[in-house]
Unconditional design. Sequence first.
Lengths: 285, 285, 256, 256
Amino acid sequence: MAHFIPLEQAVRENLKDGDTVAFEGFTHLIPTAAVHEAIRQGFKDLTLVRMTPDLIYDQMVGMGMVKKMIFSYVGNPGVGLLRRVRDSVENGWPREVEIEEHSHAAMANAYEAGAAGLPLAVFRGYRGAGLAEVNPNIKSITCPFTGEKLAAVPAVRPDVTFIHAQKADKKGNVLIEGIIGIQKEAVLAAKRAVVTVEEVVDDFSDAHPNLCILPHWTITAIAVVPGGAHPSYTHGYYVRDNASYLEWDQVAADRDRFRAWMEENVIKAKPEDFAARVEKLRVAK
Amino acid sequence: MAHFIPLEQAVRENLKDGDTVAFEGFTHLIPTAAVHEAIRQGFKDLTLVRMTPDLIYDQMVGMGMVKKMIFSYVGNPGVGLLRRVRDSVENGWPREVEIEEHSHAAMANAYEAGAAGLPLAVFRGYRGAGLAEVNPNIKSITCPFTGEKLAAVPAVRPDVTFIHAQKADKKGNVLIEGIIGIQKEAVLAAKRAVVTVEEVVDDFSDAHPNLCILPHWTITAIAVVPGGAHPSYTHGYYVRDNASYLEWDQVAADRDRFRAWMEENVIKAKPEDFAARVEKLRVAK
Amino acid sequence: MSDFTPNEMMTIAASRALTSSDVCFVGIGAPSAACNVARLTHAPDITLIYESGTIGTAPDVLPLSIGDGELCDTALTTVSVPEMFRYWLQGGRITIGFLGAAQLDKYGNINTTVIGDYHKPKTRLPGGGGAPEIATSSQEVYITMAQSKRGMVEKIDFYTSFGHGDGGDHRKRLGIETKGPTLLITDLAIWKPDPETKEFTVVSMHPGVTREMVQETCGWQVKFADNVEETPPPTELELKTLRDLKARTDAAHKGK
Amino acid sequence: MSDFTPNEMMTIAASRALTSSDVCFVGIGAPSAACNVARLTHAPDITLIYESGTIGTAPDVLPLSIGDGELCDTALTTVSVPEMFRYWLQGGRITIGFLGAAQLDKYGNINTTVIGDYHKPKTRLPGGGGAPEIATSSQEVYITMAQSKRGMVEKIDFYTSFGHGDGGDHRKRLGIETKGPTLLITDLAIWKPDPETKEFTVVSMHPGVTREMVQETCGWQVKFADNVEETPPPTELELKTLRDLKARTDAAHKGK
């Protein structure tokens, strides 16, 4: 049953050291504010799950909070590499991070299986792919009807999932629209789910019947954080801050510059700061 | 690539004797007009697939067109039994129909697997259920990660699927809204797909981005048949004719009355007759 | 409020078992009436889900089918049927699966498939629909049906959906981890499974009902709890709510 | 039109391989530019799909990521990511999967995962994303990349996505029924696999390019077709379309 609480409390009550956690958002609706709050609270030994780790996982890896990453694309989308992740994988700085690497198809199916309460996902994939040789969690099953061998991966079942969404209604139902990505599955696959939203509205009675709405009883906590997806975007509210993605490539290139940036923009900042960051990016309603 | 053609032509060009065919619609958007056209054209030895066969399959079974049915609920929803199907199963009239019976969960997963290009669907089901003992197409696989035994059924891959939808745009993209049921999967699982629609609009540029839209290149033919789902309903156009469902229970109770009804309402009728049947059921736009 | 029918008592007793925090997978017929009476009386925040994909519906009249338009019009959201069965039912999110039955045995096993042999049936019934997995994936199952010797039998002809099988830990032995049938509400009584044997046991009889009446309309030897209570009669609000709902429903289904 | 860069020629040559009836799964970078130039010139009805779930998009500027808002704003419809990979890619509906590469070998195998050993990499690259299954589920695969000895190598360090493996019928032997890489467009030439060996063979060189230039920037011994054609230079419309698109894109990405 969704409670409306401040982000600081929502993160503190729902994340623990050692948790398997997904901060999801497929380019769109990335829950940056929730990650920054987790960084401020200084969690340790997290297992991070995400299809496209991007900036926020680069930041957590760089801050030494991460024990393991389960992912399918560890780049800065459209820009290049994730330099903090590289530094960890190549040089063990600030610590070594165990990696479990999949394809997008595998991760998407694994979240879907988690949402569906299954222990595994079955799909046609990984044929001839090198990952099948280096990831022991890629197995297979044989179709009892055709004899075809299909790929099998374990379902993703995070202890907690964090997502950002457009809005909640007063009961705590949550609406996601635009590129909906893997968010519904990430929430339904998790034991606990925390959602940051741009705003709260009375109800969704005017919404089209087939939109992606998560009922309030699938959500543990909701925090209202306008701009909370920056530098990602929120369809209908503000556009993607592509310049920040390009800038990150510079920031993350150097350990000292990275630490200084984190101190200034994360450690010393608050959830309320996100609203100002998207002010110039807002779209006409 | 969708062609706009008359229903008579769409059925003639896309259905053949002996085909495996799905006329889908989960209570909502049942493609009655397409079925009546298929009855008029007198096809034989069809294998009918559908979650909830209801009136239209009762009619085809009663007309002797059906060799086999694959289904999960063979009732007149909310009313009772399907009397023509009963007469076939219990008395072999007008012919015996082979049946392959599943649960809804199995059929829904089997269509999903068909749409996803997989040979089988894997789900947690049929535990302790009698169907697993009488249907040889219910098998199992063992999860290589947990050892759990899960149910497996073959994917549904019809030769042709018929559905009814609210509207097409001029390019032949098709929009379905309200209770979307299994229609998207039934279309994507099939080799050919024929859609009857209430109307054609210029384009869907004003539609919400996350609606259920089938691109024109997934559809073989579109026929404009206003009222074509009657006595089922079309969300936003006309309501369900519940009285007709109650009446069917009487019509189908007797072989002669059934045949007379079919002669009058199907054999002698045309696709254009459906518009008048829903006139009193129309909802304010 | 003095005058009510056994069927009304059944529906109202069933409605009382539901709470605002339940997420209920609703079968058509008696379950649907009970769930909506609960929603319109003491459980306004109950989430009703129909297998057509409608989540959180609040219909003004009872649907004739599980996919009537009103279910979608009043739902929080409507999802596809595969999603319904995968994410919502199999995903373990349903607290109560509410089923009716054509045939029922004392362990809560249900038959709605055939009377007689499956391959040469005396009567071909509609079959299971969603029931086989509702019975195993819902956290608990409630059953409601009017009593009769034809309906409540020592041995059902077909296991459409599994209750407690032969009783005891039979569910567990099949790898089913949910509770299964925990409540049976008939037109005469309220039954709960014995904690050990899982045999349905009468725990409450409706006003005016005797043990003989219960036994005469049941095909198995009825067990009664040590302390059989009397079901409180319908309140004025409950009865009015149910009757108004039925009246609206009848008017709507008879068409124009 | 006389003056154009090799990269412009590459993008435009790639765009020409696409038709209005293609359903194209678009990778970011050069593939995205080529697909949109095709859409804005000779293939207005091409269906562009990005793995973020956007089907039939028509962006006015090139997206920086595969999930920029404009992709959704201009799409026919936007589906979830699991649906994208299950119904649309795995379902066999993609006619062309359009990929870039960090490392490529002569059989069209691609590496975008690591340089060096997987477990102790010299350079950790972003990894495959959608590519492993794009390479096997799309009906055909087109590849585009600028030539270099570091990029076009005799042996790739990691099989991120499978092309023709060791050549010949290697795909078939692994149970892969799709065609795999059928076209490689570089900044210097157009390559197609030999029908038997599946080794990429130069079938056309861009204006002004020599065989030596192709070999000098390629890490394997280059095969040339018996009849190597000259790629027609960009038309005025093609070049203007591409440059306008790039200019709009640069302006948009640099922010305000």
